[in-house]
Design a protein around this ligand. Sequence first.
Ligand SMILES: Cc1cc2nc3c(=O)[nH]c(=O)nc-3n(C[C@H](O)[C@H](O)[C@H](O)COP(=O)(O)OP(=O)(O)OC[C@H]3O[C@@H](n4cnc5c(N)ncnc54)[C@H](O)[C@@H]3O)c2cc1C
Ligand code: SF4
Ligand code: SF4
Length: 868
Amino acid sequence: VQPGVIRDELNGYLEPYGLFFGPNTSTSNRCMIGGMVGNNSSGTTSIRYGVTRDKVLEIDAILSDGSKAVFKALSQEDINNKKNTVTAEGKIYHETIELLKPKEVQAGIVSEFPDPQIHRRNTGYAIDEIINSNVFNNSQNNLNLCKLLTGSEGTLAISTAIKLALDDLPPSYNAMVAFHFNSIENCLKLVEPVMQHHLYACEMMDDTILNLTKHNKTQEQNRFFIEGNPKAILMCELRDDSESVLQKQIDKLLVASAETHLSYAYAVLKGDNVNKAVELRKAGLGLLGNMVGDKKAVACIEDTAVALNDLPNYISEFTNLMKSYGQEAVYYAHAGAGELHLRPILNLKDSKDVDLFREITTEVSKLIKKYKGSMSGEHGDGIVRGAFIPDLIGPENYRILKKIKSIFDPHNIFNPGKIVDAYPMDKNLRYQPDKPAIEIKTILDFSESKGILREAEKCNGSGDCRKLPESGGVMCPSYHATRNEKDTTRARANALREFLTTSEQDNRFNHAELKSVFDLCLSCKACASECPSSVDVASLKSEFQHQYQQANGIALRTKLFAFNNTINKYAGKVPRVSNFVFTNKIISTILKKISGIATQRHLPIISIKSLDKIIQDAVNVKVKKEYIKQVYFFNDEFTNYLDTSIGVDALELLEALNYKVIHVKHKESGRALISKGLLEHAKNVANFNIKTFKDLITENTPLIGIEPSAILTFRDEYLKLADDKESAKTIAKYTFLIEEFIQNEIKAGNISSKQFHRLERTIKFHGHCYQKALSNQKSSFDILNLPENYNVSIITSGCCGMAGSFGYEKEHYAVSMQIGEQLLFPKIRNTSSEVIIAANGTSCRHQIKDGTQKEALHPVTILKQALI
Ligand SMILES: Cc1cc2nc3c(=O)[nH]c(=O)nc-3n(C[C@H](O)[C@H](O)[C@H](O)COP(=O)(O)OP(=O)(O)OC[C@H]3O[C@@H](n4cnc5c(N)ncnc54)[C@H](O)[C@@H]3O)c2cc1C
Ligand code: SF4
Ligand code: SF4
């Protein structure tokens, strides 16, 4: 494979062949094989399938002089031939073998390197592996320098193709037993006994991490199997091709554990529930980095590994060490592999904590040395642990590593400062310690994150925003389209952080580079819920645009989109004329060209009568005396002028279901103003709407709306915009998407299937990004399932690609369609014509029409049509 192939993508390709690549990192949906080889990655499955180094058969490499070489297992004869060539490759074989040949050198390596029982060990170059081959002793192993290149962090050569050993797919039935404990000690004591049970994974999480998952929108749903408040859980995975044999294995494991009396409860998970639990575990390390403010969980001692029988003693000493530094130890471990994930909580903006950062790492490195452990089990030595290698393996072995580096890379051009001649760990830090804090005034209120700079600083680099579209979730659609780091969530957060920290301009936002990095952000909000640190780039982008426009003015097209409500209002006064202009091929093309709109797009059609007008005309028609509840209807700007018929459907549906719908005069949601960075206007709108609804909206008189991007503004941006925060919070609490409202009423027994016909229909639903990020698609799924014979499924798609005005803009059109093509369009095209496509977002329906020529309906229209 090429080094840029993503691990999960490779396994997706291999699955039909019954094969897979075993090492399984938490980052498997984004990490690349080249990087896995560079780090000698490992992950949950290492106890059964080994680490990356065990799997690399051949590497096609480019050497430091630009020549090419293929590294693989060689017989003695092949080696002699190689050694005798006058090439960079020949020199590598000759000098490496001569270097490692002396028996005292090999003895020194064996005595100082980490215990070979620890299969996760990355401490410098793997010369301890190399000496166990035919050229050095009577070993049956042919010398394979791939073992040296694996884990060398790109410091020896660049790999261009990698041949991997694959394993048969794991047995098809799996189960997970999640043991619950009242103490960490009890959990650790159970590791050795359960490891006798042919486990496929043995992972531990403590209550610190488990509690973090409570506050993460995505992960809170994966906690379903946790009973009470365990101090720790141990997740043991079993597999077999026979369900009955698997059950026997589970029973045996449970009996063995019961005999120890160590755990107070357990959950046996099967099928998809195992995947959910695995997701919860995978999220752990990312969540550890999710801390508000300057104190962060910093990476330095995060993957130390020791032999399994040393684990309890090591952890006990480790805990005492952490206590002596006032640090709370967090236990999050690949327990079956003896590896512990821990990050001390430090403020690296403060020089005292920088000292602690170095002291803690130094002390832990001594402890590791004592247990003959590995300072880096799977994350590589990198820029933090590199400096400790000389102490960990001794000066003589370190001299050998330096020599290896100079044999491969005499001019030090490959990834300098890593593994050998590493910089001190506290140099080149992200922050300059003790620099006075920078205060940046913003229109949006970022006080929850202690300011906009700290909002940007929340990014801990976990890279979840680089995951593939196929791995579920929405984040990050622009990266999915371009596969360019510049278009990731983390690029945006980090570029903003860097400019806000170092810019010398009065207006720190006024940088063309920032404009470029935010350009393809669709403001879809996926990051706010899916990023483990909840970095809200949509809000950062809005504020950036506002500040940038302060210095550079507002473009005409920006104004056209931002004030679309006003434009539609005037267009709505002469709807037939407007629609002629919008639909006439020649005139509309000229209009689009002048305003920078993609000519391939259709302009929206203005309703002949706005919903406001329809409501006004109907005021005295009929008022039902009996009703279940009265609700306030938010007639958003899209529904009012463009999707008026959906608004009518919503009102008729609610009335037919016995709700009294009240409409008061209010302003538009401000969605377009927010997404175009016209934040002063948006603030006025938010203040007006909050004032309008503050004395009206209560638990019994909620506010409901049908367009997710508009109504959810009350639950999101208004909290950052409105001056009257308390009222904004109360209104947010009682503001619902119409689907959420109906779902709640079904639960309360106020709406039932009996009110709908029994005809058969098949429906596929695509949810709006804001619904996915700020609410849940389940509400749409539930209400569409109300009619008894409706068969509903959710299309597992990410963002549709339209995202308000984004897809209309001519320079964004191609990316917009590319995003749609990734999952949504093919899934809709492959749907037969009888299937109803449902979508609750106005942009999504428009994009579906442009991309697939299919008409999608809002769920309320479908339900209204199903009323008896
Ligand atoms: C939140 C989080 C969780 C993690 N969980 C795990 C885990 O469970 N298990 C685990 O083992 N690791 C884990 N890691 C560490 C890391 O993500 C993985 O080891 C991963 O495999 C690295 O892949 P990458 O594509 O991100 O590589 P990168 O970080 O891009 O590269 C890794 C190294 O390989 C080198 N490299 C990349 N390509 C080449 C090439 N073509 N030629 C030569 N050198 C190259 C780079 O220079 C670098 O030194 C985790 C990291 C994070 C941030
Ligand atoms: S922005 Fe990306 S890299 Fe940063 S914390 Fe969020 S998911 Fe991780
Ligand atoms: S808002 Fe959407 S497009 Fe923008 S960074 Fe976040 S996930 Fe990516």
